[in-house]
Design a protein around this ligand. Structure first.
Ligand code: PMP
Length: 459
């Protein structure tokens, strides 16, 4: 393949497949296995569908890693980006500004929980969280003179792959190896009712997992900067839905001990839980809200860390005081991404997306009841359009499938054959389709998922 040129006459599909296997190092992928498989190469998208180079159509069952919101090739977002290209594609936010970044900031301020008013841009979920970690550390240092080096996070929590984000991560499979490179954080029990570490049941437990967090904090409150968590659903941990009241209780604990709360809504933000932001379910305003993924409707990399006047004011001073937040990425506030985000948020309003979603959430809830009968489904968790189906070797004892068996992948491989792209998290089959999915498409996705689970686990 000279100079990377691919001619359609040169058996171009095979060339693409070979080049993909030989050149690209795929994320979260064991390349020894991948290079022996036939890669799925997407060429186009249309609404809820992905279309590969052979023209085969697949329902995008995990919205292209939890981002695609109004479907692929959404006219209004396509046009907003094209219109912005006609003006300018990039200029920096370091010391100067641009129109879409300002317009989007105004819009975000209208829709996020009350009290959040200062918007710091970056370009992915990990950085959105890292920024909150750094800001909270610097805030305490500048306002009290003390270094609060510790963070409290949750087991099974996930906040991205950069080292700061991994330091507050709690998924051993992904994070343990890097421990020698990380800063210390306290890990509080996950609000994972199906496998409650405290062996209690909700609601009689009275949210004892949050009490455990308080115990941890009590040991070292003055050195702790913030609590960081994914509100309502721990995504990469396996779509672990926290019991009602947990988030509010954590907010109250933070207030009691004067700690900041970082809400990572990178995965759950923008309608996926049934409300625009997960924090709204429990009327919580965090001190930092991290958003990314769906912010642009799934079009372009963009993230924001939104905070309060109180935090922002802690960074004001003369230049020579060096209270500046010395952080900023090259593509921060990129105008194309901001234009896409603005168009996506406007669609929420114009098309009553959240109202329309209600029926789909109900449909999902009803259809998932059928899944409970399957022999190897231990737990089904749903919040809004987000679903996690936990497969177990033994339903009675909750014994998990050994991870080497790759049961989750077996299911998703069958689903792919049947025309749906889904991606598991260990033994948890995840569904998170675009909010725009039609009821008919959602039914097909559920049919395929049901058949794939049955085939992988029972045949
Ligand atoms: N936080 C959460 C809750 C996430 O789910 C993710 C990504 N799955 C991230 C942060 C990291 O986002 P990114 O991959 O854009 O860095």
């Amino acid at each position: 393949m000279p100079n990377g040129n691919i001619s359609k006459n040169d058996d171009y599909k095979k060339t693409l497949e070979d080049a993909d296997r030989n050149i690209i190092w795929h994320p979260f992928t064991q390349m020894k296995e991948y290079t022996q498989s036939t890669p799925l190469i997407i060429e186009r998208g249309e609404g809820s569908y992905l279309i590969d180079i052979y023209g085969k159509r697949y329902i995008d069952g995990v919205s292209s890693l939890w981002v695609t919101t109004h479907g692929h090739r959404k006219k209004e977002i396509d046009e907003a980006i094209i219109e912005q290209i006609g003006k300018i594609s990039h200029s920096t936010l370091l010391g100067i500004s641009n129109v879409p970044a300002i317009k989007l900031a105004m819009k975000l301020r209208e829709i996020v929980p009350k009290g959040l008013s200062k918007i710091f841009y970056s370009d992915n979920g990990s950085t959105a969280v890292e920024i909150a970690l750094k800001m909270s550390f610097q805030y305490w240092k500048q306002t009290t003179g003390r270094e609060r080096r510790k963070f409290v996070c949750l087991k099974e929590g996930y906040h991205g792959d950069t080292l700061g984000a991994v330091s507050v991560g709690g998924i051993d499979l992904f994070h343990e190896l890097y421990r020698p490179l990380l800063f210390d954080s306290y890990k509080s029990p996950s609000p994972y009712c199906y496998r409650c570490e405290l062996e209690l049941d909700y609601p009689s437990c009275s949210l004892a997992c949050a009490d455990k967090m308080e115990e941890i904090i009590l040991q070292d409150a003055e050195n702790i900067s913030a609590v960081v968590l994914e509100p309502l659903v721990q995504g990469a941990g396996g779509m672990i839905v926290s019991p009602p009241g947990y988030l509010k209780k954590v907010r109250n604990i933070c207030d009691k001990y004067n700690l900041l709360l970082i809400a990572d809504e990178v995965a759950v933000g923008f309608g996926k839980t049934g409300k625009m932001f997960a924090c709204e379910h429990e009327e919580v305003t965090p001190d930092f809200l991290a958003l990314a993924k769906s912010i642009t409707g799934g079009y372009l990399p963009l993230a924001v860390t939104i905070t309060t006047e109180k935090i922002y004011n802690g960074f004001l001073g003369d230049y020579s005081e060096f209270k500046t937040f010395f952080h900023g990425h090259t593509y921060t506030g990129n105008p194309l991404a901001c234009a896409a985000a603005l168009a996506s948020i406007e669609i929420f309003e114009k098309e009553n997306i959240l109202e329309k979603l209600r029926g789909k959430i109900e449909l999902l809830e009803n259809r998932l009841k059928e899944f409970k009968e399957l022999k190897h489904i231990g737990d089904i968790r749903q919040k809004g359009i987000i679903t996690g189906i936990e497969l177990v070797k033994d339903k009675k004892t909750k014994e998990p499938y050994p991870i080497e068996l790759k049961m989750g992948y077996k299911v998703t491989d069958f689903a792919r054959e049947m025309g749906a792209v889904i991606r598991p998290l260990g033994n948890v089959v995840v569904l998170m389709p675009p909010l725009s999915i039609s009821e008919e498409e959602l039914n097909s996705l559920l049919d395929i998922t049901f058949k794939s689970i049955k085939k992988a686990t029972e045949e």
